[in-house]
Design a protein around this ligand. Sequence first.
Ligand code: GDP
Ligand code: MG
Length: 337
Amino acid sequence: MSVDRNKLDAMLKWYRQEVGKNLMAAIIVNREGLVMAALKGESDTEIEEDVIGGVSALVEPVLTRITEEFSSGAFGTGTFDTEEHRIIFCEAGPEAIFVTVLDSIAMVDPIFPYAYLAAEKIARIFDGRTVSPVIPKLIEDLSIQNIERKVDTLQKIKIESAEYAYKLILGGEGGVGKTSMVHRFVENSFLTDYKSTIGTSIMKKECGFEGLDSKVRFVIWDLAGQAQFKRVRQSYLSNAEAGILVYDVSRKETFDSVDDWHKEIKSVSPMISLILVGNKIDLIEDRVVSTEEGEEIAKRLNLSYIETSAKTGENINDAFKMLALQIIKKYIVTEEV
Ligand code: GDP
Ligand code: MG
């Protein structure tokens, strides 16, 4: 079986960029413990070249324990702390395990969603499925608790999934592709005709997390018809736990209205987990808003940012997954094994 190593390497580089200075190494090992790809952290210029060799020697006994102790060969996700390191293990499909080695002062919780997203991408790369190597930026929620540091203890990470479904709303000007995104996500189909009837369609979709025994259930509210109906909009936006604010990268005015949408959504649902999406990136020739501009406004509004095409399907699943990860970050719990 041939694995796209270039893609694995590209993904690891994105991962290093998003995790930042606490990363000592990121290693993909197969089930026999063989290193398939590895990258050392940025801050380690001092450390000798053999850091990966050293780290994988450190990781090996823990891997053995993990496969033994976590039931039925599938261990999901866990952490292990040593005197000098904090290590996160994520199962990455049936073939690989993704190992993140952090320094001892690192917080695990904010990094965990990145590790999890990366592991899913690795699983898909091993499967030969199409996947973008980009690891999007997730905003940090400073209210979340850190997984306690327990040296020499294997801790299994679990998600306390809420039993109910989260209301998800979409914001952004008419015609930016909100309905198309939802249909892509829900049915994986692309609507070619544009219907702007008034009303709301409601769709349900679960976002699964392999190896975590956990799901985020979304009830997606899609308001047909447009923004002129201020009164409808208030009740549409209220009590929403999740939201996607969309603009069209080929229409500047939709980008310029992001601030207003953000303000309105936040005023109606202050606790919402929200992400920003630049859609229609397939329209390369017509593009007028750059990636940098998108990232800039996202940073200013403290939102995660991702670029998509509802037409080709690019990054649509990742956008919803990112949102789901943002929600589950609040429910991370551990169990000693
Ligand atoms: P909404 O008003 O925000 O819900 O936007 P729609 O989903 O109804 O889409 C508006 C128009 O843009 C439709 O003609 C879609 O076919 C088109 N569209 C949506 N997403 C994309 C995309 O990613 N790329 C391209 N080229 N067209 C898109
Ligand atoms: Mg629509």
